[in-house]
Ligand binder design. Structure first.
Ligand SMILES: CC(C)(COP(=O)(O)OP(=O)(O)OC[C@H]1O[C@@H](n2cnc3c(N)ncnc32)[C@H](O)[C@@H]1OP(=O)(O)O)[C@@H](O)C(=O)NCCC(=O)NCCS
Length: 175
């Protein structure tokens, strides 16, 4: 069953409601500090929420990154969470697609993600080997490192992904 939902950029009044989704969507991980840090840096992020009847049901963040030595705009998608009571209603997909569309208009050429290929593949993400993640991934995670090409890059994007300090924590990139 599909929900009637709306996608919009988040604002500071959404912070508590956004943070409340994460422990329920990720019961085995504490992503709240990361989410808090990302929400405190709106100049380098695109943060979108999905609302159902005015209540926040899903959230995604895209962070502006760079690839060392390459003149191209690159972003990182993470985290993405939908309230368990609202999952499988198209909300996660709508958040991802809305973000990709907004980033493409803003001139971003490539969006990377570390996630399940069977989910992100439906949005055009494929295995990424030319852009290196900021920390080496264990072999079993290599196929989870993906990207989607939004077009507009004048050169091939090859090199190490340079992430802002909020993402420079090895534990965020390890099992
Ligand atoms: C992953 C998540 C964001 C998807 O949100 P959603 O609103 O349920 O997604 P949609 O309704 O757009 O899509 C649902 C489809 O995705 C599939 N799906 C959900 N999670 C998946 C996963 N981890 N791997 C593969 N497929 C997945 C569902 O089975 C469903 O498939 P169907 O369309 O064939 O029925 C949500 O399930 C969630 O918050 N999960 C917990 C946190 C998480 O894993 N976040 C992603 C981190 S990479």
């Amino acid at each position: 069953m599909s929900a009637e939902f709306r996608i919009r950029e988040s604002d500071s009044e959404d912070t508590e409601a956004i943070k409340s989704i994460y422990p329920r969507a990720f019961p085995d991980e504490d992503l709240v500090p990361l989410v808090q840090d990302l929400l405190e840096n709106p100049d380098m992020t695109l943060s979108l929420v999905a609302t159902v009847s005015g209540h926040i049901a899903g959230h995604v963040v895209f962070t502006k990154c760079a690839v060392n030595g390459i003149d191209a705009n690159v972003a990182l998608l993470a985290p993405l969470a939908v309230d368990p009571s609202r999952q499988k209603q198209g909300i996660g997909g709508a958040l991802v697609r809305a973000g990709l569309q907004q980033l493409q208009v803003a001139g971003v050429s490539e969006v990377c993600v570390l996630g399940d290929p069977s989910y992100y593949g439906r949005f055009g993400f494929t295995s990424q080997t030319l852009i290196e993640p900021p920390y080496p991934l264990p072999p079993e995670w290599r196929s989870a490192w993906q990207s989607t090409d939004l077009g507009g890059a004048s050169n091939e994007i090859v090199g190490a992904l340079s992430v802002p300090p909020v993402w420079r924590k090895p534990e965020l990139w390890a099992p």
